[in-house]
Write a protein that binds this ligand. Structure first.
Ligand SMILES: Nc1ncnc2c1ncn2[C@@H]1O[C@H](COP(=O)(O)OP(=O)(O)OP(=O)(O)O)[C@@H](O)[C@H]1O
Ligand SMILES: [Mg+2]
Length: 339
């Protein structure tokens, strides 16, 4: 998997993940009363290998979608990339430095946001929470003010800066968390499901922020998400993992073409039956609406519409590219499912 690798003599990659592996040891629970008693005395451990020999590299200024199904090992990888967890094997280099060995140095160059958790302090106002981080990271006054100004322009943070963190809505809290992650001007930002649970407007604000800091500051962004819109709007490159292993790495369009080389034709008929077609799979039919999945290599959309229209009068049509959901579904299920 060479995508993203630089040739010799060129600048090093911002992030290099090399043969990264993570095992979690968990207590094995004995069953029944006997098991419960036994648990008191002997703690049997089982090992879950959450990340397996993962390697990829990321160049400066990229926005990369890091995706995969629940339990694939995304958060575990993000935690190792950001120095929160130590790897069982392999290493992560950020700007050439080993994250596990030079954690304190590297952390100054990293921002991390977990959509499910906050690094803000519940007991403080948002602004006070920022001040605390300013002290922790020893951010110079000038830079702190400048960063807050830029963040206000993008996220309108001043409107909410005096609200206690515990009173912030989820969307406001996420805005706060993004600012908090960028206060010390890191060159790399890890975002683990930053749009989870947000409404349309909230998602829009987060996406705008990611685009802007990438454009203005050249921040490298690694984004974990289950949201198709996030990926389509922001990411040119896709890394897919499953069961802790790398499955795909490449430009979004290339990966889509490779693993989901089909489109969907959505047809609204005036009434009645949806005719079958030899080169397209009729996979949905309800009322007057039918959906046909077809391979671009087998038939063109124009031909398909034409041939269906000859059998049944068509009122309206639209064509959908394979969605990220399709891509993920196929990637998870292996090659058998590729139509
Ligand atoms: N602290 C932990 N102790 C034991 N096992 C863990 C721990 N954290 C994660 N795991 C296991 O490691 C695997 C990977 O989990 P991880 O949270 O990295 O997945 P994910 O890709 O982020 O999933 P999701 O999309 O649900 O957030 C899962 O099998 C999970 O149960
Ligand atoms: Mg996760």
């Amino acid at each position: 998997m060479l995508y993203g690798k630089k040739g010799q003599g060129e600048d090093m990659s911002v992030i290099e993940v090399k043969n990264l592996t993570k095992d979690y040891k968990i207590n094995k629970k004995g069953k029944g009363l006997g098991g419960a008693v036994k648990n008191l005395f002997v703690r049997e451990k089982t090992v879950v290998r959450a990340v397996k020999d993962l390697s990829f590299s990321i160049e400066k200024g990229e926005i990369v979608a890091f995706i995969g199904p629940n339990g694939a090992g995304k958060s575990t990888t993000v935690k190792m990339m950001s120095g929160i967890l130590n790897p069982t094997g392999g290493q992560v280099l950020v700007n050439g430095k080993d994250v596990a060995k030079k954690r304190k140095e590297v952390v100054m160059d990293l921002g991390v946001v977990f959509g499910q958790r906050t690094q803000l302090n519940w007991d403080l106002r948002l602004g006070e929470s920022f001040e605390l981080l300013k002290r922790i990271y020893r951010i110079p006054d000038e830079r702190y003010k400048e960063n807050l100004k830029v963040m206000d322009e993008i996220l309108g943070i001043n409107e909410i800066i005096d609200i206690p963190v515990r009173q912030l809505s989820l969307g406001q809290r996420m805005r706060g968390d993004l600012v908090a992650a960028m206060l010390h001007s890191p060159s790399v930002l890890f975002l683990d499901e930053p749009t989870i649970g947000l409404d349309v407007e909230g998602k829009y604000a987060i996406r705008k922020f990611i685009k802007e800091i990438n454009r203005v500051k050249g921040t490298t962004v690694i984004l974990t998400t289950h949201d198709l819109g996030d990926i389509q709007e922001l990411c040119e490159r896709l890394i897919i993992i499953n069961n802790g292993e790398l499955m795909e790495d490449g430009p979004l369009r290339e990966v889509t073409e490779r693993i989901a080389p089909f489109k969907t034709l959505v047809v609204e008929f005036y009434d009645g039956e949806a005719p079958k077609h030899a080169k397209a799979e009729l996979f949905y039919h309800e009322g007057n609406i039918a959906k046909y999945r077809f391979r671009k290599a087998d038939i063109t959309a124009a031909q398909l519409i034409d041939e269906i229209a000859q059998k049944q009068a068509i009122k309206d049509v639209s064509i959908e590219e394979a969605s990220i959901d399709d891509i993920i579904r196929i990637a998870y299920q292996g090659s058998d499912d590729k139509i």
